[in-house]
Design a protein around this ligand. Structure first.
Ligand SMILES: [Zn+2]
Length: 132
């Protein structure tokens, strides 16, 4: 079961279905990915899917991975968060969402935020699985 994420081939965004601020933040992030897909060719979208699959498989099964793929994964995550933060600005301005909570979510929460990726990458580096 896919917890949270975006699938450009199936044109779906998956988030948990509770109407919490956490869900709103997660949805904004996935919209960030969807926004990036708009400007991509079919080949670029296919590459996005392929790169993310490769990253997940390598992280899960301890397989070696090219540095270039890690950079692409991180770039797409950062770009999606940049869009999410932009989308959520009105919520911050209105006091519905604290900026610190949003940034904490983006950087510190495991399972959804950038920390998940950086921890997985740290483990790959420790195990010398990252190839140039
Ligand atoms: Zn993402």
């Amino acid at each position: 079961m896919q917890v949270e994420g975006v699938n450009p081939e199936q044109r779906t965004i998956c988030i948990d279905n509770s109407a919490s601020l956490k869900s709103l933040i997660a949805l904004s992030h996935e919209i960030g990915h969807a926004t990036a897909f708009q400007d991509m060719s079919d080949e670029q979208r296919e590459r996005f899917v392929e790169i993310n699959d490769t990253f997940r498989k390598c992280a899960r099964y301890g397989k070696s991975i090219k540095k270039e793929i890690l950079n692409e994964v991180l770039r797409s995550e950062r770009d999606a968060w940049a869009v999410a933060i932009k989308l959520l600005k009105p919520a911050i301005k209105s006091g519905l969402l604290a900026k610190e909570d949003l940034l904490n979510y983006v950087h510190s929460i495991e399972g959804q935020g950038l920390k998940t990726y950086s921890k997985a990458i740290d483990r790959m580096i420790e195990k010398r699985l990252v190839e140039n």
